[in-house]
Write a protein that binds this ligand. Sequence first.
Ligand code: ATP
Ligand code: ZN
Length: 482
Amino acid sequence: MPFYLYDTMQRKKVEFVPATPGHVGIYVCGPTVYSDAHLGHGRAAVVYDVLRRWLMHEGYRVRFVSNVTDVGHLTDDADEGEDKIAKRAKLERLEPMEVADKYFWRYFEDTDALNVAKPSITPRASGHIIEQIELTKELLDRGYAYEVNGSVYFRAAKWPDYGKLSGRRLEDQQAGARVEVRGEKEDPRDWALWKRAEPEHIMRWPSPWGEGYPGWHIECSAMSLKYLGEGFDIHAGGIDLQFPHHECEIAQAEAAGHAFARYWMHHNHVLLNGEKMAKSTGNFITLRELLERHEPMVVRLYLLQSHYRSVLDLTEAGLEAAARAYFRLLEAYRSLRSGLERAREGTLAALEEAIDRLEAAFAEAMNDDLGTPEALAALFSFLPELNKALAAAQGRASLERALETLERLGEGVLGLFPARVLEARLEGPLLEGLIELLLEQREAARSRRDFPAADAIRARLGELGVVVEDTPHGAKWRLAPR
Ligand SMILES: Nc1ncnc2c1ncn2[C@@H]1O[C@H](COP(=O)(O)OP(=O)(O)OP(=O)(O)O)[C@@H](O)[C@H]1O
Ligand SMILES: [Zn+2]
């Protein structure tokens, strides 16, 4: 079944056809690691994780590249201001690279909690200075860039296609362009490919133009081309990155003679109190704060219940509804796993039909520009038929097929049932509590002199690997060596 996605460049849904049959290359603009990730970053991570999983489900081999910006992202997008990471480093009294590493690992802890698979490659801007210098040189050679006082700028007016992704024309941008502080650009719309490092600037590298550091946009052109090659398949990121970041990425790659991304995907914003959730404005809630109050899979389900191209206004009521929905799903999955054994052999026609309907509706939804809300709706509509079969304890073969389908779609594609979710609930405190409860029951049996019952409990626990010992202070238990 063909996969359709909304391509920002063509401004419509189009059939996705990979450059190389059977393979897909995806590049996603990742976080600038100077503070903890918020729910907006969580949405980006989960949405493209599901894109990747769906394409894998459809039989593609996917190379998923998502960068981490650890240098060059200035507080002011117009090439002025401090480096976001260096600014934070002063605040936390750390080396800039300590800040970057700290929030790099914390980002992956948070996305791990959301069951987001690690990228195939996670390039860091500071690890690709040479590639960024090379691309800058190519642009200088072709006359698309110029050097002033140790900084190199892209000559925006020379690239006629600038604005083709976002639909903004250069003339419109001129009105909005800021007055240059340093005033060394030929045109205020030009942007930095390389910046001269002032004496106090810590993150600096040697270059043909003196000591400096790369501009923010150039890292993504250089790293996506390096790992995915010319004319790679999908480039993705938040809608805020369309302009100027992605326009600049395209101009830098294409002006240097490299075919760039063939499809552009942009997810819409998570809002808080009606405004974009953003670190720089302080209007955000971190994933860490959110995950203290809500289970990670509830947050994941909540994110997938809205389509990635619509805004998502965070509400507590929405999260609570997602929690109720999630536990309905999880409970169906759990009872299916444990109820299979009890079911009589054979198939159930009604359940088989319900599975066929689920498969068809799920695929149709996902192939229509990653319709996760509809795909989830298909899963939920499947539950009544499943629960009926479980209650009747019939049709084991059909129930096995139901389990395989639920695991493949619910966990494999949507990532909602990682093994640890059930383990966390069924192990640890619950199991220890149950052992204690059994020892109390054994004590009660002994005190009414029902020794066969007491011995039976001890023997059953022994079979399960729990050794019961009677001591002067009562019964104790320990784990038997396996
Ligand atoms: N509120 C949001 N909703 C959805 N995606 C977001 C949101 N904020 C950021 N993103 C996306 O997360 C990725 C990383 O962005 P970045 O690290 O620049 O975060 P940011 O919070 O926008 O930073 P800042 O607030 O300083 O602008 C980008 O793809 C960006 O589009
Ligand atoms: Zn980028």
